[in-house]
Design a protein around this ligand. Structure first.
Ligand code: LLP
Length: 415
């Protein structure tokens, strides 16, 4: 495990969070509650910068867009990658200047392009990444002639689940073999600054060969453009660096990933850029939930809690594993085979099945680990469940970052 100066250990596991502290937060702010440790966010930024010292590290804000997280990332010196006009707006509001914002336009609605082009007039340093020739046309039609990056579809993908593998998915990017020709054309109409590709999300050590192949293809593309069109400022090889969700899973060897990346890229004039989201915030967050109901079922104890797929969608959507512990169990509590289920009327609404847990009693607080990335952001109000609250910790200070939604909030938009 590497321990970079100021970067802390390579992974922070659920067991390392102070149980008494988490229990107290649940009492004070009620549940379900997301807790985000900004110091850990900062450490993760430091470790990324140490592994990729020459690269432009861009935080993929979709993983967690909360204002305190964005500010921490900005202060740590990372740039930001935004997936929508809304994310661009929130990055600007968190103090990112336009030259630190990369907007990745994925089938962008006209309203998004209108808004981003409007913001670009005041922030001309902003970069727009297009994944379709037709998106470049739509930008041109709006008078945009600024910093443009081309997203390539390199034909290789990787990731923790088929639903998050993008590199070979036709939805994303322009087939790599067509990119150099478009670069020629667009260099005359825009300020062509870079090329981009993203293999997918949650890349593990086993996916390293796919990542290496993607980077190799992007290196070839960059050299081709540099020789026929002119220099590029950057080659962005995406994010996707995985974190260990299972208690016994080893952390990704980030230095090895960085070394493989540099080696596969080869010599290019363009600077390397990477776009991690999950790696920055996943282990900086936990979700706290209270036990409402304990039921002896045929083959397990079913524990009904107040967080479900509307609070943390990942288990229902990707069968994702998240470590879970009972932070209020007594020391001598026996371990029982437990299924933790949420309050939503869907059978997919389970946070884990058949997990050994210290016997949960009604009122106990369970902590769900690695909930900082794609947790709050993917929450919804399905079944008219208000979204949870979120607190952020920095040093010994804890404050409410997003208040709990109320039942009144649920109907606030109705006309
Ligand atoms: N860059 C682009 C263009 C992306 O689409 C993404 C993620 C990232 C960077 C950051 O990937 P990361 O480093 O966070 O893996 N909801 C899913 C993950 C979806 C990721 C979508 N794109 C999950 O909870 O696993």
């Amino acid at each position: 495990m590497t321990d970079v100066d100021g970067g802390g250990p390579a992974v922070r596991r659920l067991a390392e969070w102070d149980e008494g502290d988490l229990g107290a937060l649940a009492e004070e702010f009620e549940t379900p509650l997301y807790v985000v440790d900004l110091d850990r966010v900062d450490e993760n930024c430091t470790r990324l910068q140490a592994a990729f010292p020459d690269a432009d590290v861009r935080y993929a804000a979709k993983a967690h867009i909360g204002r305190p997280v964005l500010q921490t990332v900005r202060e740590a010196g990372l740039d930001v990658e935004c997936a929508s006009a809304g994310e661009v707006e929130r990055a600007l509001a968190a103090g990112f200047t336009g030259d630190r914002i990369q907007y990745t336009a994925v089938n962008p609605p006209g309203r998004d392009l209108d808004h981003v082009v409007d913001r670009w007039r005041d922030h001309p340093g902003l970069t727009v990444t297009v994944g379709a020739a037709d998106t470049a046309d739509r930008l041109r039609d709006r008078g945009f002639d600024g910093r443009l990056c081309i997203r390539a579809n390199p034909g290789v993908g990787a990731g923790h689940h088929e639903k998050v593998r993008t590199g070979a998915n036709a939805k994303f990017g322009i087939p790599i073999e067509r990119v150099a020709e478009l670069a020629d054309q667009w260099a005359a109409e825009f300020d062509l600054v870079g090329v981009h590709a993203h293999a997918g999300s949650g890349i593990s050590g086993e996916d390293l060969s796919a990542h290496r192949e993607l980077v190799r293809r992007m290196g070839d593309l960059t050299r081709e453009i540099e020789s026929r069109t002119g220099s590029l400022e950057f080659v962005d090889v995406g994010g996707g660096f995985g974190v260990p969700y299972r208690e016994d899973e080893p952390p990704l060897d980030l230095d090895a990933v960085a070394e493989a990346t540099r080696e596969a890229l080869g010599t290019v004039d363009a600077a390397l850029a990477v776009e991690p989201g999950r790696y920055v915030v996943a282990d900086a967050g936990v979700l706290l939930t209270r036990v409402n109901t304990v039921k002896r079922a045929r083959d397990a104890t079913v524990v009904g809690v107040d967080a479900g797929m509307t609070t943390l969608l990942r288990p229902a959507m990707y069968d994702a594993y998240h470590a879970i512990s009972n932070v209020t169990a007594s020391e001598d509590a026996e371990t029982v085979d437990t299924t933790v289920a949420g309050p939503i009327c869907e059978s997919a609404d389970v946070l884990c099945e058949h997990r050994p847990l210290s016997r949960p009693r009604r009122g106990d607080i369970l902590a769900v680990g690695n909930a900082g990335a794609y947790g709050y952001e993917m929450s919804s109000t399905y079944n008219s469940r208000p979204r949870p609250a979120e607190v952020v910790r920095s040093g010994t200070t804890v404050r409410l970052a997003r208040r709990r939604e109320s039942l009144t909030d649920l109907t606030a938009l109705e006309q």
